[in-house]
Design a protein around this ligand. Structure first.
Ligand code: BV8
Length: 254
């Protein structure tokens, strides 16, 4: 089902008029960079593992070598790909809104760091980041680029192990990220959900909270989600193609 031009124009007009925007992104935004999403099948060696099983403290405690290898592989993938036009469009919109003294808060469920590499700033990483790891005993954090992968799992100086600073299923989200998210949602007049299946809580409920606070809602996603039926505008397509089209309607160049 292709997107009608009037839908793109309607989304562009809402974005142009909005003074305080929240964008929530998920793995779909990084798909056109070549990174697998959570619910699309992964090719190759890792296809036999379920991310929902591996992204848990239980899996790490049971087989720290396997989980460390999985995250090392995901880190090398994220390091070796580039942001796509969808990331650049979001960064360009954030800069445009900032230049005219309006606000755009970018909240991402992704841990790949591609938004920042595309120029986005103050990104709220509600599920943490793959680029920083911490000691399981002292919680001392170290950038992954400073760690050596001679051994899997990675021993820490304190005699524990290093784990990624990522929020695993069953773990609570970083307090500061949650506070920034709830404040932005309470104040926004537009909430845009991009590239997420809307299945992981509490992020999946953010769009509802914003809508209940009176914000307009836009979804840009390749497939329908549980939110598609109630958003003001649903653009079904690839974010790397749709976002530049929407921004070109309001003359924002990427
Ligand atoms: C919490 C880091 C409080 C890991 C992630 C039982 C016990 C404990 C908790 C729960 C429980 N039951 C339920 C829960 C809550 C649980 C949850 O929601 N589970 C779900 C699965 C039912 N949540 C939690 O555990 C959270 N913590 O609740 O703490 C607590 C604590 C204890 C007890 C109770 C409560 C923590 C959740 C965070 C987990 N960590 N990531 C890692 O990255 O390795 S979540 C993980 O899923 C990623 O962050 C990912 O981003 C996120 C959501 O997935 P999506 O991003 O949406 O990706 P997905 O593949 O699903 O969809 C991609 C979409 O893109 C698709 O719709 C596709 O159509 C679209 N797409 C594809 N290509 C494109 C595209 N769109 C546009 N353009 C394209 N080109």
């Amino acid at each position: 089902m292709s997107i009608q031009p009037e839908q793109t124009q309607q989304a562009a007009q809402i974005i142009d008029k909005s003074q305080s925007i929240v964008i929530l992104t998920g793995a779909g935004v990084s798909a056109e960079s070549g990174l697998a999403t959570f619910r699309d099948p992964e090719e190759g060696h890792w296809s036999k593992y379920d991310p929902m099983e591996l992204a848990t403290i239980h899996a790490f405690n049971k087989d720290p070598e396997l989980v460390t290898r999985w995250y090392h592989w995901r880190f090398t993938r994220a390091r070796d790909v580039d942001p796509n036009p969808g990331h650049h469009a979001i960064a360009a919109l954030q800069k445009h809104k900032s230049d005219i003294n309006q606000s755009l808060t970018l909240i991402t469920q992704n841990v790949d760091g591609l938004h920042q590499r595309a120029g986005a700033t103050d990104v709220v990483e509600i599920h943490g980041t793959i680029h920083t790891w911490r000691c399981t005993i002292t919680n001392k954090e170290t950038p992954l680029r400073n760690l050596s992968f001679e051994h899997f799992p990675i021993p820490s100086e304190a005699g524990g192990l290093m784990r990624p600073c990522i929020v695993w299923f069953g773990e609570t989200l970083p307090q500061e990220a949650l506070e920034r998210s709830f404040k932005a949602m309470a104040e926004c007049d537009l909430f845009i959900s991009i590239g997420t299946s809307g299945t992981v809580e509490p992020a999946a409920s953010f769009i509802l909270a914003a809508k209940e606070n009176g914000a307009k809602t836009i979804e840009i996603n390749r497939d329908p989600t549980p939110n598609t039926g109630f958003v003001d505008v649903a653009l079904l397509g690839a974010s790397g193609q749709v976002l530049p089209q929407v921004l070109s309607e309001i003359r924002i160049e990427i």
